[in-house]
Design a protein around this ligand. Sequence first.
Ligand code: SAH
Length: 329
Amino acid sequence: MELSKILADQPAYRKKQIQEAVYKQLISDWDEALTLPKDLRDTLKTEMPLAIPAEIINEGRARKALITLNDGLQIEAVLITNRDGRHTVCVSSQVGCPMACTFCATGKMGFKRNLTAQEIVSQVLLFARELKKSEDRVDNVVFMGMGEPLLNLYSVLETIELINSPEGLEIGARSISISTCGMPEGIREIIEFPLQINLAISLHAPNDELRSELMPVASQYSIKEIWRELKNYLAAKKRKVMLEYVMIDNVNDNELYAEELAGLVAELPKGLTMINLIPYNPTGKYRPSPKNQIQKFKQVLEEHGLEVIVRESLGGSIAGACGQLATKK
Ligand code: SAH
């Protein structure tokens, strides 16, 4: 039953009390919502259960949750604690993924279905409840788990409004990032979206030929088309965009590719890009680039005056690192 129906005969302030209990008190059982009358709590218990069935596996500063959805399908969400103590939740937007990138474990499991906004919010709530035990909170949310967020954009944007709102988790828009393979029409919708969220593009290659070997979507949309939308995005939002580039040994990590990438990035407004080199996390097919090769690649980009950071990889041994999320169900 929908909340509006449950609350039909209740005074108007009940909704606020419920939001307060769910998003501020972070209750996991309606009996903890002491501001609500007992009969309403009982209805909520059966109609809107708060428990999120999940199995949590820890590895140092990474915690992976395997969440079972109402229909029995499973998704993963990861909590990463940065060195500075900030907490980032990496959420899934779909069960599986239709993009089929050759280097990604989620891509191999195929696509099952889109997640609802509530199912995405639950992933953040789960870790928010965990963190509350040590009086901590979720600082950042990144749509970098399973799935392609731009193919489920309606639910993703609804989630962002919910977790950002004063009645919700109050996570700042600037602390929320969407990572995408770069569907131009999705980028157009993000330009229209009023909140100042961050955008990351999974590029992984400096030309369409190499890119289509790694990402089937590249034969549908050229880098040129993506760049056209990115320029519009940057003109409208003036927010730095992140360009992600997974470093795969002998595939895309040659310095000549770094030169080509620098040329490509130079077409975008100066100072509004940041290149994020991601050490490849093994998923079967390829080998990771050696550390010194990543450094050489980085150096070429920096010589062209570009901002580059190498992503720290966490969660590898629990298969919770970038591109390693896959479930059996
Ligand atoms: N579909 C979206 C969201 C996934 S984000 C996207 O493609 O952006 C996850 C990030 O990790 C993406 O940049 C993705 O390309 C990258 N990734 C995928 N497999 C990886 C792997 N095996 N090692 C490192 N990064 C990987």
